[in-house]
Write a protein that binds this ligand. Structure first.
Ligand SMILES: NC(=O)c1ccc[n+]([C@@H]2O[C@H](COP(=O)([O-])OP(=O)(O)OC[C@H]3O[C@@H](n4cnc5c(N)ncnc54)[C@H](OP(=O)(O)O)[C@@H]3O)[C@@H](O)[C@H]2O)c1
Length: 281
């Protein structure tokens, strides 16, 4: 990955951290995106030390704010003329309904709309750097989900798992539509399920739900992947010559597999694209 420029969101924790570390170890120039300066700074120091790569930097952004995402893109473009790998990874499960700075339901806003806006703001750089790759971290949780176009921000009843599944289905639909639109540009777009991984996922929740995630991770510990194992498919998609030119696929354990039926519906993908574009302006 020498000479390649990579950007990873959610890079201070879990799967994102391990993805950024692996890319740094391979010699890439890596931009870590985090919202918390202390957590991000500590991760930056660790990754530089563990990889021996000085070409690692931190950029701060709250992906629950369109202005902050725009600022991130501006900051990145001020420093870099190229981008070869964009890993949209940051995401969260929210047991209680909350809203982003722009009034979007947080799960839909951070897990889906942030992927859409950041990608679109960096797309010309990716095209100019082709061959380039976009990797969207989705989840097997997309499988039982559908897109509720009548209530995308879950104003009318909120179920954390349903809303999370919808956002991860949106990742798959966005990836497929993006791949179709990028045909012939040399920029590929793929998404993935990382497995069930022992990270800080879910810990943002307080009360009973926060405690349930902790208990689950203790009880299920022997069956959970480590963050490094959970990052393997992201790293593969970001760096392996085996997937050069491969686009519009959903990967599990480094293999393309079939995603759910709704995700393959081109009309749903087009409609989601259009409404998302309107939301992020
Ligand atoms: N763990 C699993 O079993 C699993 C399974 C399927 C899919 N996934 C997906 O994998 C991805 C990474 O999750 P993980 O398991 O590594 O969880 P994690 O350890 O909680 O990491 C999530 C990252 O996203 C960041 N993030 C969340 N909201 C943000 C915001 N508003 N602005 C900026 N950054 C924000 C977090 O920052 P803070 O540290 O500041 O909160 C953190 O760096 C997510 O997209 C998740 O949906 C995970």
């Amino acid at each position: 990955m020498d000479g390649k420029v990579c950007l990873v969101t959610g890079a201070n924790s879990g799967i994102g951290r391990e993805t950024a570390l692996a890319l740094a170890k391979m010699g890439a120039t890596v931009t870590l995106v985090a919202r918390d300066p202390a957590k991000g700074g500590a991760t930056l120091d660790d990754i530089k030390r563990e990889s021996g790569n000085e070409h690692v930097e931190l950029m701060l952004a709250d992906l629950a704010s369109l202005d902050s995402i725009r600022q991130l893109a501006t900051d990145f473009r001020a420093k870099h003329q190229q981008l070869h790998v964009l890993v949209n990874n940051a995401g969260s499960y929210n047991a209680q309904r909350s809203e982003t700075k722009d009034g979007f339901e947080t799960t839909f806003g951070v897990n889906h709309l942030a992927y859409v806006l950041l990608t679109s703001l960096l797309l010309d750089l990716l095209k100019a750097s082709a061959p380039a790759r976009i990797i969207n971290v989705s989840s097997g949780a997309h499988k039982g989900a559908s897109i509720n176009f009548d209530d995308l921000h879950s104003n009318d009843g909120y179920r954390g798992m349903g809303v999370y599944g919808q956002s991860k289905l949106a990742n798959v639909l966005f990836t497929y539509e993006l791949a179709r639109r990028l045909e012939g540009t040399g920029v590929t777009a793929n998404c993935l399920h990382p497995g069930v991984v022992r990270t800080n996922f879910g810990r943002n929740n307080t009360g009973i739900f926060g405690s349930l995630f902790v208990v689950f991770q203790v009880v299920a510990r022997p069956f959970l992947l480590t963050p490094a194992q959970g990052a393997e498919t992201s790293i593969y998609l970001a760096s392996s010559p085996e997937v050069e030119g491969v686009t519009g696929k959903y990967f599990v354990k480094k293999q393309p597999v079939e995603s759910n039926k709704v995700s393959q519906d081109i009309e749903v993908a087009k409609r989601l694209w259009q409404v998302s574009e309107e939301m992020v302006k």
